[in-house]
Write a new protein. Structure first.
Length: 417
């Protein structure tokens, strides 16, 4: 005879177990999903920030002259001094750790200081050495960058930025060989360039006109004065140590007190780059702590539901023990249930998180402007680590209820309703 009450009780038990399993699985799903999203966002932020300095030598430093703050060798404090061409040879001979040394000069930026026919604009004027591209890479749209011959012969040639080109040549004609007027002096255009990096020292390359530094010294009646030095070091060399060595040499050859902290100013990008690395390391640690905490909360839910399941199946486990089921068989079944529930939920969360990151990158980040995130995807190693953590926690979640199941005595279990 059909027992409706018994049927309803069984059906409610099944529904209750399914709901509990779903909610518990969703906890694991959400934990791994949030871990993937946070890791992807963290890596995207790191890639976006590093992309901004891509193409710029991170093992580089910059320095220039300033007013002295201490009297020395008969000179009063407050003396204004300049770096000179002779200092370049002295530094290269005295500091073998220098890989590249480039002088830098600045021209005055005034209203419509760059003119071509009826078009004009206000742009930065920079006097550089041909080796400056080893520190700040340039993307050449037309022609070439200045070379050593331009430096030696102080040629009146220039490389214009892409923004300058668009302003002076609105028809997008070939500018090579054309003459433009820069601060009243005519220069022949030999190239059009744009900076690879977002780092701007003395103005963005797109908005600058570059001429040989020797030419700028001559046309500007500046003698052999240099406004600033840019240097890059050999690999595995401390930029800070090289910078301090260069400062000491400049002071010694320009009659400046070794204790004068104001006479030479400078900064190095290696320190800034290291700050970024430590910042992103801290962000990664926080992400793993927060994400793992969320995941552990889901795993605890899995362990609890298996404990409840073991309690509800006490009679079944007792009968199986009485029929000769081995302890490892019962324990393996409980552990396997926890592992399957955790694995399926976690892998779904992992896949869904990767999908969301991919969709965000394709339909939002690639078209958005002013966003620091770039390619917010997790690495293969991070995905493998997440899976290993997931499986480990799944085994732990099933182990505790499984041990409780082994403690059930067959005769006592059979007596229970």
């Amino acid at each position: 005879m059909f027992d409706l009450d018994r049927f309803q009780e069984i059906w409610q038990t099944i529904i209750r177990n399914k709901v509990r399993s779903f909610l518990t699985g969703f906890g694991v799903f959400w934990g791994i999903f949030m871990l993937v999203i946070m890791m992807g966002a963290g890596h995207g932020l790191e890639r976006g920030m590093l992309k901004g300095i891509d193409g710029f030598a991170t093992n580089s430093c910059f320095m220039g002259s300033a007013t002295t703050s201490l009297p020395y060798k008969g000179f009063q404090k407050g003396r204004r001094w300049n770096i000179h061409n002779r200092d370049l040879d002295i530094l290269l001979q005295s500091v073998p750790e220098i890989e590249c040394l480039s002088p830098m000069l600045w021209g005055q930026r005034s209203t419509n200081n760059v003119v071509y026919k009826d078009n004009s604009g206000s742009y930065n004027i920079r006097g550089l050495h041909s080796n400056y591209v080893e520190i700040e890479q340039q993307r050449m749209e037309y022609g070439r960058f200045i070379n050593e011959i331009d430096i030696v012969w102080a040629r009146k040639v220039c490389v214009i930025g892409t923004s300058v080109y668009e302003e002076l040549f609105p028809t997008k004609s070939n500018p090579l060989g054309q003459y433009i007027r820069v601060s009243g002096i005519y220069y022949q255009v030999i190239g059009v360039s744009s900076g690879v990096s977002d780092v701007a020292i003395g103005g963005r390359s797109e908005e600058s006109v570059v001429i040989p530094f020797t030419t700028m010294q001559q046309v500007g009646n500046q003698g052999d004065a240099i406004h600033m030095l840019a240097a890059s070091t050999l690999p595995s060399v401390s930029v800070k140590a090289v910078q301090e060595k260069m400062e000491a040499i400049l002071k010694a050859h320009n009659s400046i007190s070794p204790d004068d902290k104001q006479a030479v100013w400078g900064f190095n990008l290696q320190e800034q780059f290291n700050m970024f690395k430590y910042l992103f390391l801290g962000i990664s640690i926080v992400i793993w702590i927060v994400g793992s905490g969320t995941l552990i909360a889901g795993i605890v839910g899995v362990s609890n539901i298996l404990t409840v399941t073991v309690k509800e199946r006490t009679k079944e486990i007792g009968i199986r023990r009485a029929l000769g089921a081995k302890p490892r068989t019962i324990m393996g079944q409980i552990i396997w249930e926890g592992l399957v529930l955790t694995s399926i939920s976690g892998l779904l969360g992992l896949c869904f998180g990767v999908l969301c990151l991919h969709l965000a990158d394709v339909y939002w980040l690639q078209e958005a402007e002013g966003v620091f995130l770039s390619d917010p995807m997790i690495s293969f190693g991070a995905a493998v680590a997440s899976v290993i953590i997931l499986l480990t926690f799944g085994l732990i979640a099933g182990s505790l209820p499984a041990k409780r199941a082994l403690q059930i005595k067959a005769i006592e279990a059979i007596r229970e309703e």
